[in-house]
Design a binder for this molecule. Structure first.
Ligand code: PMP
Length: 303
């Protein structure tokens, strides 16, 4: 990660090294945070934040689920994000707003802990590696299931959820896979540790339903939108594990991962073990938006 100069903390821009919190902050002990991952792209038409409103909305909704009232308006946070990007002189960056419970309570009950907000930005390339956007990644099905319904809410992008993601990711990397795919507790395909998944077979695009132990990804939504506009049938449905092994194409989506092709799963070749044609087409439409700044859907906020 490339350090940037300033981090926004509770209303002020502070130096990267001074952006500290107390060891007795509630978040450290109990995972009580919500956050977002947003990208700002250096498009041909200037720097632009992708899906700004959608990410801010999700941050507020994740926080509402955990009864964390953000002490800033959506507009104030958006202004703070833009100010942080400008203070760091980024043309393109990853943006990490974080809402957390601070000091004031050390029991599980968080009611007395303060609610604090930070915004960090840094320059970050492709999440799973630059060349993989073309060549694809090798992944495995994880021995860890994703979060069961009515346990940790997957619609909230909350710090604690990522303990499960870490187990999936570490296991995959230790076995030399780039990523692990979590099944839900019933054994249906859910998502990667930090990406949604799409499976293509006989020209139809399948993806797990949004209520099925997944974070309803903003990139996922966009890909569904673009694919349908291109005339593809997209089904949000239950996907059995074996569908992965006989797929023509599989790809992962996420703010960080963008659209990353999968070339093998559990050592089963996916299609021809390289990026498939539908994946390539969807990627190229996505790249037109984020690289050229062509924005027919109004998904970019130029700053
Ligand atoms: N699932 C999980 C678990 C994630 O962490 C992410 C990344 N935020 C995604 C899916 C993809 O979501 P998005 O497209 O909104 O980045």
């Amino acid at each position: 990660m490339n350090k940037s100069e300033k981090i926004w903390m509770n209303g002020e821009l502070v130096n990267w090294h001074d952006a500290k919190i107390h060891i007795l902050s509630h978040v450290i002990h109990y995972g009580s945070s919500t956050f977002e991952g947003i990208r700002c792209y250096d498009t041909d038409k200037g720097s632009a934040i992708l899906f700004f409103d959608e990410h801010i909305k999700r941050l507020y909704q994740s926080s509402k689920i955990y009864r964390m009232e953000i002490p800033y308006s959506e507009q104030e946070l958006k202004d703070a994000i833009i100010a942080t990007i400008k203070a760091n002189g980024h043309k393109a960056c990853y943006i990490r707003p974080l809402v957390k419970r601070g000091q004031g309570a050390l029991g599980v009950n968080p009611a007395l802990a303060s609610i604090e907000v930070a915004i960090a930005t840094w320059e970050w390339g492709s999440y799973l590696g630059e060349e993989v956007l073309e060549n694809g990644v090798d992944v495995c099905v994880s021995s860890w299931a994703r979060l069961a319904p009515n346990t940790l809410p997957t619609w909230a992008k909350a710090g604690g959820n990522y303990l499960n993601s870490q187990l999936i990711k570490m296991e995959a990397l230790m076995d030399n896979y780039a990523e692990g795919i979590g099944l839900d507790v019933h054994g249906y395909v859910a998502e990667g540790s930090g990406e949604n998944i799409f499976v293509i077979r006989d020209g139809i695009i399948y993806t797990p339903m949004s209520g099925q132990s997944i974070l309803p990804g903003i990139t996922r939504n966009a890909v569904i939108h673009i694919a349908r506009e291109l005339g593809y049938e997209v089904q949000e449905t239950l996907i059995p594990r074996e569908a992965l092994y006989i797929a023509d194409e599989v790809f992962l989506t996420g703010t960080a991962a963008e659209i990353t092709p999968v070339r093998s799963i559990d050592k089963y070749a996916v299609g021809d073990e390289k990026r498939g044609p539908i994946t390539e087409l969807l990627q190229s439409k996505y790249l037109d938006i984020v690289k050229k700044g062509t924005d027919p859907y109004n998904w970019l906020t130029f700053i």
